[in-house]
Design a protein around this ligand. Structure first.
Ligand code: GLU
Length: 487
Protein backbone atom coordinates (compact mmCIF):
# COMPACT_ATOMS: atom_id res chain seq x y z
CA UNK A 1 0.00 0.00 0.00
CA UNK A 2 1.18 3.52 -0.72
CA UNK A 3 1.90 5.33 2.50
CA UNK A 4 -0.52 7.99 3.67
CA UNK A 5 2.34 10.44 3.51
CA UNK A 6 2.57 10.03 -0.23
CA UNK A 7 1.35 12.88 -2.33
CA UNK A 8 -2.05 12.23 -3.88
CA UNK A 9 -1.61 11.72 -7.60
CA UNK A 10 -4.44 10.44 -9.75
CA UNK A 11 -4.88 10.01 -13.45
CA UNK A 12 -7.58 9.76 -16.03
CA UNK A 13 -6.48 7.36 -18.73
CA UNK A 14 -8.85 7.55 -21.69
CA UNK A 15 -8.34 5.44 -24.78
CA UNK A 16 -8.81 7.66 -27.82
CA UNK A 17 -10.78 5.15 -29.86
CA UNK A 18 -14.02 7.04 -30.41
CA UNK A 19 -15.98 10.13 -29.51
CA UNK A 20 -15.55 11.51 -25.98
CA UNK A 21 -17.72 9.36 -23.75
CA UNK A 22 -19.77 10.39 -20.71
CA UNK A 23 -17.80 7.73 -18.84
CA UNK A 24 -14.58 9.67 -19.56
CA UNK A 25 -16.04 12.76 -17.90
CA UNK A 26 -17.52 10.75 -15.05
CA UNK A 27 -14.21 9.18 -14.04
CA UNK A 28 -12.20 12.35 -14.70
CA UNK A 29 -14.62 14.23 -12.44
CA UNK A 30 -13.85 11.94 -9.51
CA UNK A 31 -10.13 12.16 -10.23
CA UNK A 32 -10.40 15.91 -10.26
CA UNK A 33 -12.53 16.22 -7.12
CA UNK A 34 -10.24 14.00 -5.11
CA UNK A 35 -7.01 15.57 -6.38
CA UNK A 36 -8.24 19.11 -5.75
CA UNK A 37 -9.62 18.27 -2.34
CA UNK A 38 -6.29 16.75 -1.30
CA UNK A 39 -4.15 19.37 -2.96
CA UNK A 40 -2.69 16.61 -5.13
CA UNK A 41 -2.03 16.25 -8.85
CA UNK A 42 -4.38 15.24 -11.61
CA UNK A 43 -2.65 13.63 -14.56
CA UNK A 44 -4.21 13.03 -17.95
CA UNK A 45 -2.69 10.09 -19.78
CA UNK A 46 -3.65 8.93 -23.23
CA UNK A 47 -3.80 5.14 -23.52
CA UNK A 48 -3.39 4.72 -27.24
CA UNK A 49 -1.66 1.36 -27.34
CA UNK A 50 -4.35 0.03 -29.65
CA UNK A 51 -2.77 1.57 -32.73
CA UNK A 52 -5.51 0.41 -35.06
CA UNK A 53 -8.37 2.01 -33.19
CA UNK A 54 -6.68 5.04 -31.65
CA UNK A 55 -6.73 8.37 -33.47
CA UNK A 56 -5.43 11.86 -32.81
CA UNK A 57 -8.85 13.31 -33.64
CA UNK A 58 -10.39 11.24 -30.90
CA UNK A 59 -7.69 12.30 -28.46
CA UNK A 60 -8.22 15.97 -29.26
CA UNK A 61 -11.99 15.62 -28.99
CA UNK A 62 -11.67 13.94 -25.59
CA UNK A 63 -9.36 16.61 -24.20
CA UNK A 64 -11.57 19.33 -25.57
CA UNK A 65 -14.73 17.76 -24.16
CA UNK A 66 -13.15 17.34 -20.73
CA UNK A 67 -12.18 21.00 -20.77
CA UNK A 68 -15.66 21.88 -21.93
CA UNK A 69 -17.24 20.20 -18.91
CA UNK A 70 -14.97 22.35 -16.78
CA UNK A 71 -12.10 20.06 -15.77
CA UNK A 72 -8.42 20.79 -16.04
CA UNK A 73 -5.34 18.78 -15.24
CA UNK A 74 -1.85 19.42 -14.04
CA UNK A 75 0.01 17.08 -16.36
CA UNK A 76 -0.92 15.68 -19.73
CA UNK A 77 0.02 15.44 -23.39
CA UNK A 78 -1.15 19.00 -24.01
CA UNK A 79 0.33 20.65 -20.91
CA UNK A 80 3.44 18.54 -20.35
CA UNK A 81 4.80 17.68 -16.92
CA UNK A 82 7.70 15.96 -15.19
CA UNK A 83 6.62 12.37 -15.89
CA UNK A 84 5.98 12.55 -19.64
CA UNK A 85 5.51 11.65 -22.33
CA UNK A 86 1.83 11.27 -21.43
CA UNK A 87 0.86 9.41 -24.57
CA UNK A 88 1.54 5.69 -24.36
CA UNK A 89 2.39 5.42 -28.05
CA UNK A 90 5.45 7.54 -27.24
CA UNK A 91 6.61 5.24 -24.44
CA UNK A 92 7.10 1.98 -26.35
CA UNK A 93 10.74 1.61 -25.27
CA UNK A 94 9.83 1.92 -21.63
CA UNK A 95 7.36 -0.97 -21.88
CA UNK A 96 9.75 -3.16 -23.83
CA UNK A 97 12.41 -2.61 -21.20
CA UNK A 98 10.00 -3.57 -18.47
CA UNK A 99 8.81 -6.66 -20.31
CA UNK A 100 12.44 -7.65 -20.70
CA UNK A 101 12.93 -7.23 -16.97
CA UNK A 102 10.03 -9.60 -16.25
CA UNK A 103 11.46 -12.15 -18.68
CA UNK A 104 14.78 -11.99 -16.91
CA UNK A 105 13.30 -12.43 -13.45
CA UNK A 106 11.11 -15.30 -14.62
CA UNK A 107 7.80 -13.55 -13.99
CA UNK A 108 6.96 -13.66 -17.67
CA UNK A 109 7.66 -15.92 -20.63
CA UNK A 110 7.72 -15.77 -24.38
CA UNK A 111 4.78 -17.32 -26.16
CA UNK A 112 5.44 -18.41 -29.72
CA UNK A 113 1.94 -19.69 -30.46
CA UNK A 114 0.57 -18.54 -33.78
CA UNK A 115 -2.73 -16.82 -34.15
CA UNK A 116 -4.10 -19.99 -35.80
CA UNK A 117 -3.01 -22.22 -32.96
CA UNK A 118 -4.58 -19.87 -30.41
CA UNK A 119 -7.83 -19.83 -32.36
CA UNK A 120 -7.92 -23.65 -32.58
CA UNK A 121 -7.09 -23.97 -28.91
CA UNK A 122 -9.85 -21.54 -27.97
CA UNK A 123 -12.34 -23.53 -30.04
CA UNK A 124 -11.32 -26.73 -28.38
CA UNK A 125 -11.56 -25.23 -24.91
CA UNK A 126 -15.00 -23.92 -25.75
CA UNK A 127 -16.08 -27.38 -26.86
CA UNK A 128 -14.72 -28.86 -23.63
CA UNK A 129 -16.52 -26.25 -21.56
CA UNK A 130 -13.24 -24.85 -20.23
CA UNK A 131 -12.98 -21.14 -19.46
CA UNK A 132 -11.47 -19.07 -22.24
CA UNK A 133 -7.80 -18.36 -21.86
CA UNK A 134 -4.40 -19.53 -22.88
CA UNK A 135 -3.53 -23.22 -22.26
CA UNK A 136 0.01 -22.22 -21.24
CA UNK A 137 1.69 -24.39 -23.86
CA UNK A 138 4.75 -22.16 -24.13
CA UNK A 139 5.08 -21.83 -20.38
CA UNK A 140 6.29 -25.44 -20.52
CA UNK A 141 9.05 -24.83 -23.07
CA UNK A 142 12.54 -25.55 -21.83
CA UNK A 143 15.01 -22.65 -22.03
CA UNK A 144 16.67 -24.43 -24.97
CA UNK A 145 13.42 -24.83 -26.87
CA UNK A 146 12.56 -21.19 -26.31
CA UNK A 147 16.06 -20.06 -27.37
CA UNK A 148 15.82 -22.09 -30.54
CA UNK A 149 12.54 -20.47 -31.56
CA UNK A 150 13.87 -17.05 -30.69
CA UNK A 151 17.03 -17.58 -32.73
CA UNK A 152 14.93 -18.76 -35.66
CA UNK A 153 13.17 -15.40 -35.55
CA UNK A 154 9.80 -16.85 -34.57
CA UNK A 155 7.42 -14.01 -33.61
CA UNK A 156 6.43 -14.05 -29.97
CA UNK A 157 4.35 -12.31 -27.36
CA UNK A 158 5.33 -11.92 -23.72
CA UNK A 159 2.93 -13.40 -21.19
CA UNK A 160 2.58 -12.99 -17.46
CA UNK A 161 3.39 -16.14 -15.50
CA UNK A 162 0.37 -16.21 -13.21
CA UNK A 163 0.79 -18.43 -10.13
CA UNK A 164 -1.22 -21.62 -10.63
CA UNK A 165 -2.46 -21.73 -7.08
CA UNK A 166 -3.44 -19.35 -4.34
CA UNK A 167 -5.26 -16.06 -4.52
CA UNK A 168 -4.63 -12.50 -5.53
CA UNK A 169 -6.53 -9.71 -3.88
CA UNK A 170 -6.54 -6.05 -3.19
CA UNK A 171 -8.28 -3.50 -1.01
CA UNK A 172 -10.70 -1.33 -2.88
CA UNK A 173 -11.25 1.92 -1.04
CA UNK A 174 -14.99 1.88 -1.63
CA UNK A 175 -15.64 -1.86 -1.92
CA UNK A 176 -13.37 -3.40 0.63
CA UNK A 177 -11.37 -6.57 -0.02
CA UNK A 178 -11.64 -8.08 -3.48
CA UNK A 179 -10.07 -11.49 -4.02
CA UNK A 180 -9.64 -13.65 -7.13
CA UNK A 181 -8.46 -17.23 -7.33
CA UNK A 182 -5.26 -17.39 -9.35
CA UNK A 183 -6.59 -20.44 -11.18
CA UNK A 184 -9.11 -18.06 -12.78
CA UNK A 185 -6.55 -15.58 -13.99
CA UNK A 186 -5.22 -15.96 -17.51
CA UNK A 187 -1.56 -15.76 -18.44
CA UNK A 188 -2.19 -12.35 -19.84
CA UNK A 189 -0.28 -11.05 -22.86
CA UNK A 190 1.87 -8.12 -21.77
CA UNK A 191 3.74 -7.37 -24.96
CA UNK A 192 2.26 -8.08 -28.37
CA UNK A 193 4.26 -9.61 -31.21
CA UNK A 194 4.66 -6.18 -32.78
CA UNK A 195 6.50 -5.08 -29.65
CA UNK A 196 3.65 -2.91 -28.39
CA UNK A 197 2.33 -3.36 -24.89
CA UNK A 198 -1.17 -4.40 -23.93
CA UNK A 199 -3.30 -2.25 -21.68
CA UNK A 200 -2.23 -4.21 -18.60
CA UNK A 201 1.51 -3.73 -18.92
CA UNK A 202 1.38 -0.12 -20.08
CA UNK A 203 -1.15 0.83 -17.43
CA UNK A 204 0.81 -0.64 -14.54
CA UNK A 205 4.20 0.60 -15.69
CA UNK A 206 2.86 4.10 -16.21
CA UNK A 207 0.94 4.24 -12.97
CA UNK A 208 4.13 3.32 -11.19
CA UNK A 209 6.48 5.60 -13.10
CA UNK A 210 4.02 8.48 -12.91
CA UNK A 211 3.80 7.94 -9.15
CA UNK A 212 0.03 7.48 -9.19
CA UNK A 213 -1.19 7.04 -5.61
CA UNK A 214 -4.84 6.22 -6.34
CA UNK A 215 -6.11 4.36 -9.38
CA UNK A 216 -9.69 5.47 -9.96
CA UNK A 217 -11.52 3.71 -12.74
CA UNK A 218 -14.83 2.15 -13.66
CA UNK A 219 -16.08 -1.08 -12.15
CA UNK A 220 -15.65 -2.90 -15.44
CA UNK A 221 -11.90 -3.02 -14.81
CA UNK A 222 -12.15 -4.94 -11.54
CA UNK A 223 -11.29 -8.24 -13.19
CA UNK A 224 -8.11 -6.70 -14.62
CA UNK A 225 -6.90 -5.51 -11.26
CA UNK A 226 -5.59 -8.88 -9.94
CA UNK A 227 -3.44 -9.11 -13.09
CA UNK A 228 -2.15 -5.66 -12.27
CA UNK A 229 -1.53 -6.63 -8.68
CA UNK A 230 0.54 -9.60 -9.88
CA UNK A 231 2.49 -7.25 -12.10
CA UNK A 232 3.23 -4.84 -9.26
CA UNK A 233 4.41 -7.81 -7.22
CA UNK A 234 6.54 -9.12 -10.08
CA UNK A 235 8.25 -5.75 -10.37
CA UNK A 236 8.56 -5.44 -6.61
CA UNK A 237 6.59 -2.20 -6.56
CA UNK A 238 4.17 -0.83 -3.95
CA UNK A 239 0.52 -1.05 -4.88
CA UNK A 240 -1.47 2.11 -5.44
CA UNK A 241 -4.88 2.36 -3.80
CA UNK A 242 -7.62 1.10 -6.08
CA UNK A 243 -11.07 2.62 -6.39
CA UNK A 244 -13.56 1.11 -8.80
CA UNK A 245 -16.43 3.47 -9.44
CA UNK A 246 -19.92 2.12 -10.08
CA UNK A 247 -20.68 1.82 -13.75
CA UNK A 248 -23.21 4.15 -15.33
CA UNK A 249 -26.19 2.11 -16.45
CA UNK A 250 -29.04 2.33 -18.90
CA UNK A 251 -32.60 2.15 -17.56
CA UNK A 252 -32.51 -1.64 -18.00
CA UNK A 253 -29.39 -1.66 -15.79
CA UNK A 254 -27.05 -2.79 -18.55
CA UNK A 255 -23.77 -0.90 -18.91
CA UNK A 256 -24.45 2.44 -20.52
CA UNK A 257 -24.23 2.09 -24.28
CA UNK A 258 -24.97 4.31 -27.18
CA UNK A 259 -27.61 1.97 -28.47
CA UNK A 260 -29.85 2.92 -25.57
CA UNK A 261 -28.70 6.35 -24.45
CA UNK A 262 -26.48 8.88 -26.16
CA UNK A 263 -23.00 8.45 -24.71
CA UNK A 264 -21.01 11.04 -26.61
CA UNK A 265 -20.21 14.24 -24.75
CA UNK A 266 -20.45 16.00 -28.10
CA UNK A 267 -24.12 15.09 -28.27
CA UNK A 268 -24.79 16.58 -24.85
CA UNK A 269 -23.02 19.73 -25.89
CA UNK A 270 -24.96 19.98 -29.15
CA UNK A 271 -28.23 19.54 -27.31
CA UNK A 272 -27.47 22.47 -25.08
CA UNK A 273 -26.79 20.74 -21.83
CA UNK A 274 -24.74 23.06 -19.68
CA UNK A 275 -21.36 21.61 -18.78
CA UNK A 276 -21.81 22.45 -15.11
CA UNK A 277 -25.20 20.72 -15.06
CA UNK A 278 -23.79 17.64 -16.77
CA UNK A 279 -20.92 17.47 -14.29
CA UNK A 280 -23.34 17.94 -11.39
CA UNK A 281 -25.45 15.11 -12.79
CA UNK A 282 -22.44 12.81 -13.22
CA UNK A 283 -21.39 13.60 -9.67
CA UNK A 284 -24.85 12.65 -8.42
CA UNK A 285 -24.60 9.35 -10.26
CA UNK A 286 -21.75 8.13 -8.11
CA UNK A 287 -21.73 10.30 -5.04
CA UNK A 288 -23.83 12.36 -2.67
CA UNK A 289 -23.18 15.52 -0.72
CA UNK A 290 -24.46 13.90 2.44
CA UNK A 291 -27.29 16.40 2.84
CA UNK A 292 -29.61 15.40 -0.02
CA UNK A 293 -28.65 18.39 -2.09
CA UNK A 294 -29.03 17.68 -5.79
CA UNK A 295 -27.76 20.90 -7.27
CA UNK A 296 -24.19 21.73 -6.38
CA UNK A 297 -21.17 23.21 -8.06
CA UNK A 298 -17.90 21.51 -8.83
CA UNK A 299 -16.29 23.70 -6.18
CA UNK A 300 -18.79 22.55 -3.59
CA UNK A 301 -18.14 18.94 -4.54
CA UNK A 302 -14.40 19.45 -4.18
CA UNK A 303 -14.78 21.04 -0.76
CA UNK A 304 -16.88 18.27 0.69
CA UNK A 305 -15.40 15.38 -1.26
CA UNK A 306 -14.94 12.09 0.53
CA UNK A 307 -14.92 8.52 -0.70
CA UNK A 308 -17.29 7.56 2.11
CA UNK A 309 -20.22 8.81 0.13
CA UNK A 310 -19.52 7.02 -3.10
CA UNK A 311 -22.48 4.83 -3.95
CA UNK A 312 -21.54 1.37 -5.06
CA UNK A 313 -24.90 0.42 -6.52
CA UNK A 314 -25.04 0.95 -10.29
CA UNK A 315 -26.48 4.39 -10.93
CA UNK A 316 -29.03 4.63 -13.72
CA UNK A 317 -28.41 7.33 -16.26
CA UNK A 318 -31.75 9.08 -16.07
CA UNK A 319 -32.08 11.49 -18.96
CA UNK A 320 -35.18 13.12 -17.52
CA UNK A 321 -33.37 13.90 -14.37
CA UNK A 322 -30.50 15.40 -16.32
CA UNK A 323 -32.96 17.57 -18.28
CA UNK A 324 -34.60 18.68 -15.07
CA UNK A 325 -31.26 19.57 -13.52
CA UNK A 326 -30.21 21.41 -16.64
CA UNK A 327 -33.45 23.39 -16.51
CA UNK A 328 -32.62 24.34 -12.94
CA UNK A 329 -29.29 25.73 -14.07
CA UNK A 330 -30.91 27.53 -17.00
CA UNK A 331 -33.33 29.28 -14.68
CA UNK A 332 -30.79 30.13 -12.02
CA UNK A 333 -28.63 32.29 -14.27
CA UNK A 334 -29.34 35.83 -15.37
CA UNK A 335 -30.99 36.32 -18.77
CA UNK A 336 -27.87 38.18 -19.84
CA UNK A 337 -25.67 35.20 -19.07
CA UNK A 338 -28.06 32.76 -20.66
CA UNK A 339 -28.15 34.80 -23.86
CA UNK A 340 -24.39 35.13 -23.87
CA UNK A 341 -24.03 31.38 -23.67
CA UNK A 342 -26.66 30.78 -26.34
CA UNK A 343 -24.83 33.15 -28.67
CA UNK A 344 -21.36 31.82 -27.83
CA UNK A 345 -21.88 28.23 -28.84
CA UNK A 346 -24.03 29.22 -30.82
CA UNK A 347 -27.38 27.61 -30.15
CA UNK A 348 -29.29 30.13 -32.25
CA UNK A 349 -29.47 31.40 -35.80
CA UNK A 350 -30.84 34.77 -34.71
CA UNK A 351 -27.68 36.82 -35.05
CA UNK A 352 -29.40 39.41 -37.20
CA UNK A 353 -31.69 40.43 -34.35
CA UNK A 354 -31.07 43.47 -32.18
CA UNK A 355 -29.41 42.54 -28.89
CA UNK A 356 -32.13 44.20 -26.85
CA UNK A 357 -34.87 42.15 -28.46
CA UNK A 358 -32.89 38.95 -28.03
CA UNK A 359 -32.51 39.71 -24.38
CA UNK A 360 -36.22 40.38 -23.93
CA UNK A 361 -37.05 37.15 -25.70
CA UNK A 362 -34.51 35.28 -23.59
CA UNK A 363 -36.12 36.59 -20.41
CA UNK A 364 -39.45 35.12 -21.48
CA UNK A 365 -38.14 31.87 -22.89
CA UNK A 366 -35.83 31.16 -19.95
CA UNK A 367 -38.66 29.72 -17.89
CA UNK A 368 -39.62 27.31 -20.64
CA UNK A 369 -36.47 25.74 -21.94
CA UNK A 370 -34.48 22.98 -20.38
CA UNK A 371 -31.69 22.86 -22.95
CA UNK A 372 -30.10 25.78 -24.77
CA UNK A 373 -30.66 24.16 -28.14
CA UNK A 374 -34.39 24.58 -27.55
CA UNK A 375 -34.07 28.34 -27.79
CA UNK A 376 -34.85 28.75 -31.48
CA UNK A 377 -37.84 26.45 -31.40
CA UNK A 378 -39.21 28.01 -28.22
CA UNK A 379 -38.79 31.55 -29.55
CA UNK A 380 -39.50 31.19 -33.25
CA UNK A 381 -42.80 33.07 -33.14
CA UNK A 382 -41.03 36.18 -31.88
CA UNK A 383 -39.19 36.44 -35.15
CA UNK A 384 -41.53 34.97 -37.72
CA UNK A 385 -45.15 34.11 -38.16
CA UNK A 386 -45.69 30.41 -37.92
CA UNK A 387 -48.44 28.55 -39.72
CA UNK A 388 -51.36 27.41 -37.61
CA UNK A 389 -54.81 25.97 -38.20
CA UNK A 390 -57.67 28.49 -38.13
CA UNK A 391 -59.50 26.06 -35.85
CA UNK A 392 -56.74 26.57 -33.24
CA UNK A 393 -58.27 29.99 -32.61
CA UNK A 394 -61.33 28.38 -31.05
CA UNK A 395 -60.88 27.98 -27.29
CA UNK A 396 -62.06 24.83 -25.56
CA UNK A 397 -65.82 24.73 -24.94
CA UNK A 398 -66.30 27.66 -27.34
CA UNK A 399 -67.19 27.97 -31.02
CA UNK A 400 -66.35 29.89 -34.15
CA UNK A 401 -68.95 32.52 -33.34
CA UNK A 402 -67.06 33.36 -30.17
CA UNK A 403 -63.87 33.91 -32.14
CA UNK A 404 -65.76 36.15 -34.55
CA UNK A 405 -67.03 38.22 -31.61
CA UNK A 406 -63.93 38.30 -29.50
CA UNK A 407 -61.25 38.93 -32.06
CA UNK A 408 -62.76 42.08 -33.67
CA UNK A 409 -63.52 43.46 -30.22
CA UNK A 410 -59.96 42.91 -29.06
CA UNK A 411 -58.65 44.34 -32.31
CA UNK A 412 -60.68 47.54 -31.93
CA UNK A 413 -59.55 48.08 -28.36
CA UNK A 414 -55.90 47.28 -28.96
CA UNK A 415 -55.63 49.51 -32.01
CA UNK A 416 -56.41 52.48 -29.85
CA UNK A 417 -54.18 51.50 -26.98
CA UNK A 418 -51.22 53.85 -26.66
CA UNK A 419 -49.19 52.29 -23.88
CA UNK A 420 -48.17 48.94 -25.32
CA UNK A 421 -46.78 47.36 -22.22
CA UNK A 422 -47.88 44.23 -20.46
CA UNK A 423 -49.91 45.79 -17.68
CA UNK A 424 -52.20 48.09 -19.66
CA UNK A 425 -52.56 45.34 -22.27
CA UNK A 426 -53.74 42.91 -19.68
CA UNK A 427 -55.98 45.54 -18.06
CA UNK A 428 -57.69 46.33 -21.36
CA UNK A 429 -58.36 42.68 -22.15
CA UNK A 430 -59.50 41.85 -18.66
CA UNK A 431 -62.03 44.72 -18.73
CA UNK A 432 -63.24 43.69 -22.16
CA UNK A 433 -63.90 40.14 -21.00
CA UNK A 434 -65.68 41.34 -17.89
CA UNK A 435 -67.93 43.81 -19.73
CA UNK A 436 -69.03 41.22 -22.23
CA UNK A 437 -69.35 38.36 -19.81
CA UNK A 438 -66.63 36.31 -21.54
CA UNK A 439 -64.35 33.90 -19.79
CA UNK A 440 -61.02 35.68 -19.45
CA UNK A 441 -59.09 32.56 -20.35
CA UNK A 442 -61.10 32.11 -23.52
CA UNK A 443 -60.40 35.62 -24.74
CA UNK A 444 -56.72 35.26 -23.91
CA UNK A 445 -56.57 32.00 -25.81
CA UNK A 446 -57.94 33.52 -29.00
CA UNK A 447 -55.48 36.35 -28.64
CA UNK A 448 -52.61 34.01 -27.81
CA UNK A 449 -53.08 31.97 -30.96
CA UNK A 450 -53.58 35.08 -33.10
CA UNK A 451 -50.43 36.73 -31.78
CA UNK A 452 -48.06 33.82 -31.11
CA UNK A 453 -49.52 31.33 -33.60
CA UNK A 454 -49.40 28.76 -30.74
CA UNK A 455 -51.76 27.49 -28.12
CA UNK A 456 -48.95 27.26 -25.61
CA UNK A 457 -46.58 30.18 -25.42
CA UNK A 458 -44.62 32.50 -23.22
CA UNK A 459 -46.76 34.78 -20.99
CA UNK A 460 -49.19 36.51 -23.33
CA UNK A 461 -49.01 40.16 -22.44
CA UNK A 462 -45.25 40.27 -21.94
CA UNK A 463 -44.94 38.54 -25.26
CA UNK A 464 -47.17 41.14 -26.92
CA UNK A 465 -45.05 43.87 -25.43
CA UNK A 466 -41.89 42.39 -26.90
CA UNK A 467 -43.50 41.79 -30.28
CA UNK A 468 -44.64 45.42 -30.44
CA UNK A 469 -47.95 46.99 -31.38
CA UNK A 470 -47.54 47.00 -35.12
CA UNK A 471 -46.65 43.34 -35.39
CA UNK A 472 -49.36 42.26 -32.97
CA UNK A 473 -52.07 44.23 -34.77
CA UNK A 474 -50.92 42.81 -38.10
CA UNK A 475 -51.08 39.26 -36.73
CA UNK A 476 -54.52 39.88 -35.25
CA UNK A 477 -55.69 41.15 -38.63
CA UNK A 478 -54.47 37.97 -40.30
CA UNK A 479 -56.37 35.99 -37.68
CA UNK A 480 -59.47 38.09 -38.39
CA UNK A 481 -59.34 36.96 -42.02
CA UNK A 482 -58.95 33.35 -40.91
CA UNK A 483 -61.82 33.66 -38.46
CA UNK A 484 -64.11 34.57 -41.35
CA UNK A 485 -63.59 31.10 -42.79
CA UNK A 486 -64.25 29.28 -39.55
CA UNK A 487 -67.38 27.25 -39.44
N1 GLU B 1 -7.67 3.09 -20.90
C1 GLU B 1 -8.60 2.59 -19.94
C2 GLU B 1 -9.96 3.17 -20.24
O1 GLU B 1 -10.15 3.64 -21.30
C3 GLU B 1 -8.14 3.00 -18.58
C4 GLU B 1 -8.65 2.15 -17.48
C5 GLU B 1 -7.89 2.52 -16.24
O2 GLU B 1 -8.14 3.62 -15.73
O3 GLU B 1 -7.06 1.76 -15.82
O4 GLU B 1 -10.87 3.12 -19.47
Amino acid sequence: MGSVLDRVRVRAAPSPTGPPHVGNAYIALFDYAFARKEGGDFVLRIEDTDAERSTRESEEAILQALRWVGLDWDEGPDVGGPYGPYRQSERADIYRRHAQQLLETGSAYRCFCTRERLADMQKLRGAQGARPGYDRLCRGLTPEQAREKLDAGTPFTVRLKVPLEGQTGFEDLVRGTVVFRNSEIDDQVLLKSDGFPTYHLANVVDDHLMKISHVIRAEEWISSTPKHVLLYQAFGWDLPTFIHMPLLRNQDRSKISKRKDPTSLLWYREQGFLPEALLNFLALMGWSTGDDREKFSLQAMVQSFTWNRVKTSGPVFDMQKLEWLNGEYVRSMSAEELLERILAEPYTRRFDQPAEKLLQVTRLVQERIKRLAEFDEASRFFFEREPYEAADLIPKKHDAAFVRDALPAAHALLKDLDDWSAEPLEGAMRDAAEERGWKRGALYMVLRVAVTCRRVSTPLFETMQVLGKQECIARIETALDWAEELT
